[in-house]
Ligand binder design. Structure first.
Ligand SMILES: *[C@@H]1O[C@H](CO)[C@@H](O)[C@H](O)[C@H]1NC(C)=O
Ligand SMILES: *[C@@H]1O[C@H](CO)[C@@H](O)[C@H](O)[C@H]1NC(C)=O
Ligand SMILES: *[C@@H]1O[C@H](CO)[C@@H](O)[C@H](O)[C@H]1NC(C)=O
Ligand SMILES: *[C@@H]1O[C@H](CO)[C@@H](O)[C@H](O)[C@H]1NC(C)=O
Ligand SMILES: *[C@@H]1O[C@H](CO)[C@@H](O)[C@H](O)[C@H]1NC(C)=O
Ligand SMILES: *[C@@H]1O[C@H](CO)[C@@H](O)[C@H](O)[C@H]1NC(C)=O
Ligand SMILES: CC(=O)N[C@H]1CO[C@H](CO)[C@@H](O)[C@@H]1O
Length: 309
């Protein structure tokens, strides 16, 4: 038995010999939402337009109903598929003189339509955002798994893990209450139903938030007004302060006497008042009375208590 690795190398060499010698490009086919098949090949300008024919196993060959062109060169064909993606597909591409036959297994090459009707609903009391969406027919819902991605404002996309097949809802908990979230979902056939290698395109994005309006989310006009008001107020305060400062300087000059000579005062204390500080400081009689104690406290007899046995 030939080891699989050398077998595939052999196949590659054989294909190259066939493909290179005929210069008929190879074809890649995938199922579009289990409804159509999209087969593509590289344009070869010198080779003219190719003729594409295909058939599913057990059917008869048919021509291409809708060629795809790029820069005036045929690059693909889209044709209706039969429901059973496990059936082998045979294709033939020819330029009139040379042709190339291929057999395709598209069971793992299914590209579903992106999820539809994605809706987001935030709950500010719980602090989460719930998403819901729908899958397009004809894929069975229980065969389709989803992948949710979200980003905050202009941040990076973050991806959820792949959800269980058939689930069409997702809840993002503990969301920031002051930011806008943007969501999108994609889907594919789950492994339970022969997993597809291909994800659908992303759904149209929906946004939600902020759950609570942030304090800075004011109208620009109001911000400008606030700024002007602030600047004017500051200017007025500044002018007042400068004026008060100037006034104070003047008041000081008028009212505040030159620093008194303490020795003269102290001489008074000793020669005139004979050391009587209270008289010297000239405390008013009322104030002096206020310092006199005007209450008597009853003496309280204290005795050591004998311990009771
Ligand atoms: C088809 O391709 C072969 C191999 O490249 C080439 O020899 C032949 O001229 C091509 N025929 C036409 C009609 O272009
Ligand atoms: C078919 O597949 C090609 C290559 O992936 C892509 O560029 C093209 O848009 C597809 N056409 C349709 C109608 O899906
Ligand atoms: C291929 O077909 C397209 C559309 O019919 C045409 O515009 C183009 O000229 C053709 N190219 C060649 C090389 O025949
Ligand atoms: C390609 O397939 C067609 C129809 O199935 C067949 O008539 C033809 O001989 C095949 N050619 C090659 C080179 O395999
Ligand atoms: C938010 O969640 C609470 C608790 O689950 C629920 O009672 C309330 O109805 C929800 N509000 C909205 C708007 O969905
Ligand atoms: C999406 O919503 C529209 C309108 O509500 C509805 O007609 C359509 O069937 C929905 N799509 C899916 C896949 O449920
Ligand atoms: C978001 C959305 O459109 N959901 C719908 C998905 O399909 C079911 C059944 O048709 C509807 O009940 C949902 O409203």
């Amino acid at each position: 038995m030939i080891p699989s690795k050398s077998f595939s190398v052999l196949c590659l060499v054989l294909f190259c010999v066939m493909g290179c010698s005929t210069s008929i490009p190879s074809i890649y086919c995938y199922s579009v939402n289990l409804e159509n098949v999209n087969c593509t090949w590289n344009c070869i300008h010198s080779g003219g337009n190719f003729t594409f024919r295909s058939k599913f196993e057990g059917e008869t060959h048919s021509g291409c109903p809708a060629y795809q062109y790029k820069d005036g060169c045929s690059v693909g064909c889209i044709f209706p598929s039969i429901q059973n993606r496990f059936t082998s597909l045979y294709t033939t591409l020819s330029n009139g003189t040379a042709l190339r036959n291929q057999t395709h297994d598209i069971r793992n090459d299914v590209k579903l339509h992106p999820p539809q009707n994605l809706t987001a609903l935030g709950n500010s009391s719980v602090g989460d955002i719930s998403l819901q969406w729908n899958f397009s027919k004809p894929a069975l819902e229980k065969c389709v798994e989803s992948n949710v991605a979200y980003r905050k404002d202009s941040g990076e996309w973050q991806s959820s893990s792949v959800l269980l097949p058939g689930s069409t809802s997702y809840t993002l908990a503990k969301v920031s209450q002051t930011q806008t979230y943007i969501f999108r979902v994609r889907c594919r056939i789950a492994s339970q139903c022969a997993e597809s290698k291909l994800w659908s395109d992303w759904s149209t994005a929906v946004s939600w938030g902020p759950l609570k309006p942030s304090a800075s989310a004011e109208t620009p006009v109001r911000n400008v007004l606030l700024m002007v008001f602030g600047v004017v107020t500051l200017a007025i305060i500044l002018v007042i302060m400068v004026r008060v400062l100037l006034e104070c300087e003047r008041i000081k000059v008028i009212f505040v006497p030159v620093v008194p000579d303490p020795t003269r005062k102290l001489n008074d204390l000793f020669y005139e008042f004979g050391g009587n500080v209270e008289g010297w400081v000239r405390i008013s009689p009322e104030l002096r009375e206020a310092f006199e104690p005007d209450f008597t406290e009853a003496t309280c007899a204290v005795r050591e208590s004998k311990p009771t046995v």
